[in-house]
Design a protein around this ligand. Structure first.
Ligand code: NAD
Length: 292
């Protein structure tokens, strides 16, 4: 079984910075790549803030947090980020074209025996695996937001993913403190498929005037014991990310997944959630929700 000592994370957005955080805290030498320089600086600040918070809450020892921060190197050049990686985890935008291009390039620059994983929420692992030229050494590692808090890791088996690759990645996930479930490739896996349906239905109810966004959220939290309401969750995930998942599920699984038009309008208006300080709800620059 491949021994993983170093992890390269591609994309320093919402997910990439979280994956880099848990990789470094698990003791892996970690590189974080993003073509957009400000995303890297912002990611560094987020990771340091979260590590400090972990120390303050007594969840992380101060020395471990310091060591984790020192284990992370930021790169604006892909070749440098993946050159010494045993495992490459891609967290670029949810577009098959971007992911396929990225893995073609990574296959040229990373060590021949490195394992590749994608954090896609719904797209085909097998299609990316084929583009990478190493389909046996390729799988989905579907983390959840915020990565340092959420306990689940969905490991997704593509058509040709080897049992050894899955076992190695299970070990990596467990070392990062995650509970692992293994899912065969199917559109949206388990979690994104169910979640997309609930989120879409919530928008439909809002559009129909069944209840306010606040009351739909409250009903699901207090009546169904969901830890977050569907609108609170989509503001965290990103409405654009959710829309692209629904479009893909609609193409592959049919009408039940047709994106609601109110959701589409929010995305067209640039109301993408917390990251643009306005989604279903409005937020201030510190991320605090503003009253309706
Ligand atoms: P994001 O938009 O926050 O971040 C994407 C980052 O990728 C940006 O910083 C961007 O500059 C960078 N990028 C652009 N082109 C790139 C390239 N060619 N190579 C590497 N990086 C590139 O997106 P996100 O929410 O972090 O989502 C990333 C992936 O994780 C998507 O596939 C998404 O479906 C998946 N995902 C998201 C969530 C979530 O809650 N947001 C949860 C699970 C999985």
């Amino acid at each position: 079984m491949t021994e993983i000592r170093s992890v390269a994370v591609l994309g320093a957005g919402t997910m990439g910075r979280g994956i880099a955080h848990v990789a470094a805290l698990a003791g892996y030498r970690t590189t974080l790549f993003d073509p957009h320089r400000p995303a890297l600086e912002d990611a560094r600040a987020t990771i340091h803030r979260r590590l400090d918070k972990g120390v303050e809450l007594g969840k992380v020892a101060a020395a471990d947090a310091r060591a984790a921060a020192e284990r992370i190197a930021l790169h604006g050049a892909l070749a440098e980020a993946v050159a010494g990686a045993d495992l490459v985890i891609e967290a670029a935008p949810e577009s098959m074209a971007i992911k396929v291009d990225t893995f073609r390039e990574v296959a040229r620059q990373a060590p021949a025996d490195a394992l590749f994983a994608t954090n896609t929420s719904a797209l085909s692992i097998t299609e990316m695996a084929a583009a990478s030229g190493r389909p046996q050494r390729f799988a989905g590692m579907h983390f959840f937001n915020p990565v340092h808090v959420m306990r689940l890791l969905e490991l997704v088996r593509g058509l040709e993913t080897s049992p050894e690759t899955l076992e190695t990645l299970r070990g990596v996930g467990e070392r990062m403190g995650k509970e692992v479930v293994v899912v065969n490739e199917a559109p949206g896996f388990v979690t994104s498929r169910i979640n997309a349906l609930i989120g879409n239905e919530a928008f439909r109810m809002l559009q129909e005037g069944v209840a306010s966004a606040e009351d739909i959220d409250k009903a699901l939290k207090l009546g169904l014991n969901h830890p977050m309401g569907p609108f609170e969750l989509v503001d965290l995930v990103g409405l654009d990310v959710r829309l692209s998942i629904l479009e893909f599920l609609h193409r592959s699984l049919g009408e039940a997944y047709r994106p609601n038009t109110l959701l589409v309008q929010h995305v067209r208006a640039g109301r993408l959630g917390r990251k643009t300080v306005r989604g279903v709800y409005a937020y201030d620059r510190e991320g605090k929700r503003l009253p309706p």
